[in-house]
Design a protein around this ligand. Structure first.
Ligand SMILES: [Zn+2]
Length: 307
């Protein structure tokens, strides 16, 4: 048994212009840091397959899937919003990003892997059922979570989102779906300016103000998330693993460091072991300071791989 690490060369071909922070070097920085930190020796590299239309449609409307395909450029760029841009490889990369999360879910549920991390781009948690936004096209984690419910017959899954931004797309997919408990911590008020007023009983949003540090985040996880997760008893845990709440990441203004990501990962692993046979699938979301991103993913993966 092992920790899987899903990637694909097409993730490096999707790019949104020269100075865009959501860039191919993010994944290179992660892989470099895994080698430098020797975490690479403890993970099993796997290639991400592409998701089918039917799999994308677990979360997205067929009209949305067709509309994105129609707007995909043969050359140059096509702008979805000022920050969310397609090049000719974007939708292929996005399909493999969703496919990574699905394949990781299959491998963990079949017992081939203990857990898995999907080192993917584009990210997914801002993508709503009928809308691409915020660097995201298909909602990788939401698709995988619904795949676990629909195709593997799980009754309850948890979706954890610790990206600095609210996972509005994931919330839109699962609001009022009692099979899913979503726990999200994010800077507020901040892009995408949602999540602070959700009253759905299965959405546990814990917005925090700018300059919140790791100590306060740990206290929220300990006192608010963990009791609710234990009561819910998920059969599998999905993580929208954004690392842009790192104190060195200029995208946001929170103060987490590698040790905080390791601590949160360890707590989630405890929950997964208590309730879910240890089953965790984690997918990369944000994280834009290349050094901090690489170090944070290494810390996250070290806990997943060594427990
Ligand atoms: Zn983010």
């Amino acid at each position: 048994m092992a920790t899987g690490f899903y990637s694909h060369p097409v993730f490096l071909q999707h790019e949104m212009g020269e100075h865009h922070p959501e860039c191919p070097d993010r994944l290179r920085a992660i892989e470099d840091q895994l080698i430098a930190s020797r975490v690479d020796a403890f993970i099993e590299h796997r290639s991400a397959p592409g998701a089918t239309d039917a799999q994308l449609a677990l979360v997205h409307t067929f009209a949305f899937i067709a509309d994105l395909e129609a707007r995909s450029p043969a050359q140059g760029y096509a702008m979805i919003d000022p920050d969310t841009i397609m090049n000719p490889h974007t939708l292929d990369a996005a399909r493999h990003a969703a496919g990574a999360a699905i394949a990781a879910t299959d491998a963990v549920l079949s017992g081939e892997l203990d857990n898995a991390f999907c080192s993917v781009r584009p990210p997914g948690h801002h993508a709503e059922p009928a809308r691409a936004m915020g660097f995201c096209f298909y909602n990788n984690v939401a698709i995988a979570a619904r795949h676990a419910l629909e195709h593997h017959g799980l009754a309850r899954v948890a979706v954890i989102d610790f990206d600095v931004h609210h996972g509005n797309g994931t919330e839109a997919a699962f609001r009022d779906d009692p099979r899913v408990l979503m726990c999200g911590i994010f800077q507020h008020p901040f892009y995408p300016y949602s999540g602070a007023d959700c009253e759905a009983p299965n959405i546990l949003n814990t917005p925090v103000p700018a300059y919140t540090k790791g100590e306060q985040v740990r206290e929220i996880v300990e006192t608010v998330w963990l009791p609710k997760l234990r009561t819910f008893a998920p059969e599998m845990v999905f993580i929208s693993a954004g690392f842009d709440a790192h104190r060195e990441d200029d995208m946001g203004l929170l103060g987490l460091v590698e040790a905080d990501y390791a601590w949160i990962t360890a707590r989630l692993l405890e929950i997964a072991r208590e309730c879910a046979h240890g089953r965790i699938v984690s997918c990369l979301e944000g994280g834009y300071n290349l050094s901090a991103l690489g170090r944070s993913v290494a810390a996250h993966l070290r806990v997943l791989a060594e427990g």
